[in-house]
Structure formats: C-alpha cells, structure tokens
Design a protein around this ligand. Structure first.
Ligand SMILES: *[C@@H]1O[C@H](CO)[C@@H](O)[C@H](O)[C@H]1NC(C)=O
Ligand SMILES: *[C@@H]1O[C@H](CO)[C@@H](O)[C@H](O)[C@H]1NC(C)=O
Ligand SMILES: *[C@@H]1O[C@H](CO)[C@@H](O)[C@H](O)[C@H]1NC(C)=O
Length: 369
C-alpha cells in the first residue's frame, strides 16, 4: 500500500489493463494479492533502470533492507505481473530473485483479524522471528492518506534480553499444517515449545464418541482453564493432563468453530452459548495469554449472549435471561482485557467501541428489577 500511493500514477494505467487480463484473472485470491504487491515492489525498487540487487548508494532504506532479506529455498515462478514501461525492463532472473525473498517475508495485513492485503516490511522480517508461542503480535494501523503502519504489541511482560517473536501463521492451526506451511513458505522447521510439545504427543486420539463422555471432558477443560488464572504456564496447553489431549486433535477446533458460527447465526442460543464457551476455553488453552483471537471470540460470544437476552427478555424465565446476561458480562470482561492490551488499529467502529457499547447496555440490564 505504501508503494501504491507513491507510484500510483506510474502503475495506474497499466493496472487497469492488467486486472482484466486473463492471466491475472486466472490467479487465486492470494496469488492476485502477491502479484499486485510484487508489481509495486518492482516499481519501488527499480525506479531508475538499476536492475541489480545491491543496495543503492542513495540509501533507500527499503531497497537496502530488502536486498538483505533471506531468499526462499523453494524455486517458485513469479506470477504474471503488472508492468510499467520501466519495470518491464527488469530481467526475469532479477524478478525471480525478488520474488524468492518476497514469499519468505511478506506479511498478511489484517484489521480485527480480517485479512485485506499483503505487505512487505523488510525491517520486521529481519528483526522478528516466528514462534507458535509468540510474546508479541503485529497489528496494522490504518489512517487516511497514510501508509499502513505495522506496530508490535507485547502480549505480556517480557524479560530484558528475551527475543521478541511474532506468529507468521495462526498458532491454533494443527501442528502438521503449521510445520508444512512454515517449511514451504519460509523454509524452516519450527522448533518452538508448542511444536515440540505437540510433536511429542502425536498421534492424538479424537474426542470420545458418546455425548456424556464428551460433555464431561469439556467440563474438565473449562474447569482447568478457569483454575489457571495466575499460572506461569503460557500457553496453558503446556500444563494439561493427558485426558485433555483429544482437544488437540485436528478435527476438534474446526468442528466446534463451525457449530458456534452456525448456531449463533441461526439464533439457537443455548447451543451457541454452550459451543461458544467451549471454543473460548480451547482458545485460552492453545493461544498465549492475551492473544487477540481470544478477545475477538470472547466479544462474539458476548454479543451472542446479549442477543439472547434481548430476544428472550419477554419470553423466558427471568433466571434464564439473567444467566444469558451473566454470560455476556463474563465474556465481555475477557474481551475487554485482551483487546485493550491489543489496542486500536486506527479504523472506526472497531471491537473496542463494540465493547464499550455492550458494557453500557449490560450495566443498564443489571438495573432492571
Ligand atoms: C479492476 O480494477 C478496478 C479499479 O481498481 C476495479 O474497480 C475492478 O473491479 C477491477 N476489475 C477486476 C475484474 O478485478
Ligand atoms: C532469528 O533466528 C535465527 C535462527 O535461529 C537467529 O540466527 C537470529 O539471531 C534470530 N533473530 C533475532 C532478531 O533474534
Ligand atoms: C485425530 O483423530 C483421528 C481419528 O482417530 C486420527 O486419524 C488422526 O490421526 C488424529 N490426528 C492427530 C493429529 O493425531
């Protein structure tokens, strides 16, 4: 996006032709984003017909840092690009070299966890290694007329001298999926504590097939998570007993997440709140403390519980309605703690605003007879 602004005029005409071309249309969504970004990087790096990768003497920090980045080991052909008259002259071999650094180093920009673009942040690529148990996360500050800025948020207190790490992918993805993606996209095997732990306990049995047994295990998980408030274990998964291992089977999280989304959209409040609470326990077990996904899900759950209050207010027992309201309060508290640590991302009407509104509604609800 930075490049987009600076080189808007140069790329714009070519872009209109490019984005209706059949070779561009044939790309997947991700490939399209990468192709556009690579096109922009080329223009930024080679505005003056200098096509070698040595840092330019005029000290463009982007170019200098970029040329220093690690190349990917995988030989992947660059996508079809949007070329201006200048960048059309960049030799194929150079493009391939840039692309090989690029795949390794590009960041997925998101706001409130919705992905909207890919970006290259060469400094961040150099300074921050990946971990599936990171102590930091990246956020992207959007402001009108400005370059999207990356900021790092510490998830908790970090001892002096500790390495700052960020997740290059979602740590709640299954162990093997993470390993494969890190290997193919970044060329390394992850040896973080979480990967070591999950690698050690493979294969992981699935959840039991009978309902009472599964419910019992979920209760155990929730009790475990609630009891670990001040624990030094971070994430809490490092302290689970063997009976809870089935929650780490690949099928568990996607199934539950799907159930929660469906039931909450369909207004099946009992199921939505039950599955939402289970999912929250799972997230609190697997993610590091204060990881933003925990807060975003807690907010979803709080909103669902509030919808239940509003819908049931005149139809159900007061005690039922009260229990939905209590659920909303408990969840919004978690959301508030986590997302206030994460902070604003610069755009309006984000989750912090929703939390404020919900807390206002819930305090009025308490005042009802
Ligand atoms: C091409 O780009 C224009 C302007 O950015 C956009 O409005 C349009 O939807 C794009 N068309 C396609 C086919 O992607
Ligand atoms: C990132 O990891 C590599 C390989 O383990 C290491 O050499 C490097 O120092 C680390 N970078 C930072 C900024 O700690
Ligand atoms: C999850 O359970 C299924 C069914 O038993 C099994 O096939 C699969 O290997 C398990 N996954 C892991 C990661 O152990």
């Amino acid at each position: 996006m930075a490049q987009w602004k600076a080189h808007h005029r140069r790329i714009c005409k070519a872009y209109n032709r490019y984005n209706i071309s059949s070779e561009y249309q044939a790309l997947s969504v991700n490939e399209k984003v990468d192709a556009v970004l690579l096109s922009q990087v080329l223009i930024q790096l080679y505005p003056n017909d200098q096509f070698d990768l040595t840092p330019s003497t005029d000290g463009d920090p982007l170019a200098a840092t970029f040329s220093d980045l690690l190349e990917s080991s995988a030989q992947v052909d660059p996508p079809p690009l949007c070329r201006t008259s200048k960048s059309a002259a960049v030799p194929r071999d150079t493009i391939r070299k840039i692309f090989s650094r690029f795949g390794n180093n590009n960041f997925i920009l998101h706001s409130h966890l919705n992905t909207y673009a890919h970006g290259v942040y060469p400094m961040a690529s150099r300074f921050f290694n990946h971990s599936c148990t990171p102590n930091c996360v990246a956020k992207y500050i959007i402001a009108p007329q400005q370059v999207v800025k990356m900021e790092l948020v510490a998830l908790h207190n970090i001892a002096a001298g500790d390495e700052l790490t960020i997740p290059y992918l979602d740590p709640a993805l299954p162990y093997e999926t993470r390993q494969d993606a890190l290997q193919s996209n970044y060329g390394f095997q992850c040896a973080c504590q979480l990967c070591i732990f999950q690698g050690r306990i493979q294969p992981i049995p699935p959840l039991p097939s009978t309902l009472p047994e599964t419910s019992h295990l979920w209760d155990r998980l929730r009790a475990f998570v609630d009891s670990m408030g001040d624990s030094q274990d971070n994430p809490l998964v490092f302290a689970i007993s063997e009976e809870l291992y089935p929650f780490l089977n690949d099928t568990c999280l996607p199934d539950l997440s799907e159930q929660f989304t469906r039931s909450s959209h369909e207004g099946e409040f009992d199921i939505a709140i039950l599955t939402g609470k289970r999912l929250l326990a799972l997230y609190r077990m697997i993610y590091p403390r204060n990881f933003p996904q925990i807060g975003m899900h807690a907010l979803e759950l709080a909103k669902t519980a509030w919808n239940a209050v509003v819908t049931m207010e005149h139809k159900a027992d007061l005690s039922v309605v009260q229990s939905f309201a209590d659920e909303a309060r408990a969840s919004v508290l978690i959301a508030s703690r986590v997302l206030n640590n994460f902070g604003i991302e610069g755009d309006e009407g984000g989750p912090l605003e929703e939390i404020r509104i919900l807390q206002g509604l819930l305090s009025e609800e308490r005042a009802l007879p």
